[in-house]
Design a protein around this ligand. Sequence first.
Ligand SMILES: Cc1cc2nc3c(=O)[nH]c(=O)nc-3n(C[C@H](O)[C@H](O)[C@H](O)COP(=O)(O)O)c2cc1C
Length: 250
Amino acid sequence: MDMSYFKNRRTVRKYKNEAIPMDKVKSMLEDAMRAPTTGNMQLYSAIITTDNEIKQQLAPCHFNQPQLMQAPVVITFCADFNRFNKWCEYGNAVPGYDNFLSFMTATIDASIYAHQFNTIAELNGYGCCHLGTTNYNAPQIAKILHLPKFVVPIITLTLGIPDGESPQCERLPVEAVIHMETYHDYSTADIERLHKEKEELEINKKFVEENGKTHLAQVFTDVRYTKANNEYFSKVLHDFMVESGFKLPE
Ligand SMILES: Cc1cc2nc3c(=O)[nH]c(=O)nc-3n(C[C@H](O)[C@H](O)[C@H](O)COP(=O)(O)O)c2cc1C
C-alpha cells in the first residue's frame, strides 16, 4: 500500500465550481462507517447540505469562512443519541444516555467518523476542510438543520474538487508528542527546542508581525483563541448540550 498520502495530506480551502455526484458522496459516507465506534453503537449522523439557501443560512454560523459557500458539499457531523435512544425504547430497554459521559461518547464517535470520511474523500482526490466553528454556534446550526433532542452538531466538513495546490503546514517534531511508557513533562528548554523550527518559519514570523505581537503563542492567546471567546462559547455549548438532553449529574 502506498502510504505517501499520509505524509502529503493537507487541508483544502479552495474548490472548483463543480458539483460532486451525490452517489459518490453517499458511498464515501458509507465506506467511512467502517470507522470504529463505542460498542458499535454508531452514535453519529451526517447532514449533507448542497442547497445554496441552506448554505447561506449556515455561513454566519461559521463566521462566513469563504470555503463554506464555495464548496459544492457541506457535511455537518453530529453526535447522535436520538436514534439509539429510540431503538432502546422500541426494544423495551431503558436508555441511560442523558448525561455528560454519553455526550462525550457520541462526540468521539462523530469526530472519528468525520475524519474517516475526510481521509476517504482525500484518497478519492477531493479536498476537505474541517470547520471547528460548529462548536461555537451549535444552537443556531441545530435550528437550521432541524436537529432533534440528543443530536448535537460537532464538526462540519466542506468538500470539493481542489482548485490549485494548497500549501502544507508545518508540524512539531515527533518527539514533541511521544512519551515513552509514562508522561515526561516538558522543561523550558524542551519547549524552546520543540517549537524553534515552527517559530522560525517565515510565514509564522509574518503572522506575529502582522498582529503586532512579540511571540507566535500570543497570536493564539490574544487573537485567534482568546480567553473571553473561549469562556463565552463554552457557556453557549454547555447550555446547548444540556438543552439537547445531556445533563450534568446533580
Ligand atoms: C477540529 C478542527 C477544526 C478546524 N476548524 C477550522 C476552521 O474553522 N477553519 C479552517 O479554515 N480550518 C479549520 N481546521 C483546519 C486546521 O486549520 C488545519 O488542520 C491545521 O491548520 C493544519 O493544517 P493541515 O490540515 O493542512 O495540515 C480545523 C481542523 C480541525 C481538526
